[in-house]
Design a binder for this molecule. Sequence first.
Ligand code: SF4
Length: 363
Amino acid sequence: MSRAGSEYRVSFPHMGNYTVPIVTLASMLDCEIMPPPKMTRRTLELGARYSPEFVCIPFKYNLGNYIEALDQGANLLFQAGGGCRFGYYGEVQEAILQDLGYEFEMVLLAGGFGVLEHYNKFKSRNPRLNMVRAIRHYRLAFRQTRALDRIEDFARRNAGFEVEEGAFDSAFDRFVGELAETRSIADVERVEAAYTEELRSIPVERPEGLLRVGIVGELYVLMEPFSNFFIERELARRGVEVHRYVNVSNMVDHGGRNKNRHLREIIGIADPYLRYHIGADGTESVATTNRLRQEGFDGVLHLKPFGCMPEVNAMSALQRLSREHTFPVLFISFDSQTSETGLATRLDAFCDMLRMRKRRLGA
Ligand code: SF4
């Protein structure tokens, strides 16, 4: 039976720093907002224990987030949806959690990012909500997302060359804290401008012939740093300039009415390695890798959850691209058994190989 709006305690899965805009959306419900506890190894152990064995790892992390949130008192859960198995996650997770004996309601937002599509779902849990207010929340959440993506992008490209260790991480953490306090678009613009200036003033030393590496692959393992063992920070520690294009701003820009045009564009860039869209982020992975190769990048990391079909499809195209152009691509698959030490060793070897190749090519 549905509860009155204020009796809800709403929660949702973690997705990197996007907790900030998600909280802005959840505040439409006028109820207590309970983000799940910080991700730990226990989150994954809980999720993996109750998930089907071969389901992809985002499902397991999400389920672990839900269990930890329900244990601390949440009674309303949100799940999004996507163009692959992700579209069915919500129903399956709801059934698993009910079997475990939890009492809660679940709202499934499968079907894109449109305000219209979601409005009725929020309104069904908070009858006092009106469209004007919903649009205000969506606009603010999207502006927060833009600010996050821009600031994070700058930090990602420069953190590897900071003079004072931890300077970018420290500024970025403070930025996220202040962004979480913003209540209007003007607030977000002020915070973004202040931190853009602060990040630009952090002293960096960029060596001659530095390595430029792109990261492509499945969106969850790209955007949730806990799930990829903070791989961007690890690359920065190895003195690499890191580029990543999969983020929520780009997904919104390339979704909705723009989706078909964007797909045609990226299939064109991925040609001759792909001729058709292969689902989820797979086409984007191939197109971005081909573009970065043409732009003279030193290499690409392809990240995917174990068993992710769209990215498995992308791999054969990426292997051919890599072979034909002698362009380095490191494939990394994540599951609950993935070892952090093994990953560090592979990153060391990949970066060494890129440096040797660069010296040999005289670049
Ligand atoms: S893109 Fe891959 S890993 Fe992500 S939800 Fe879909 S199948 Fe799973």
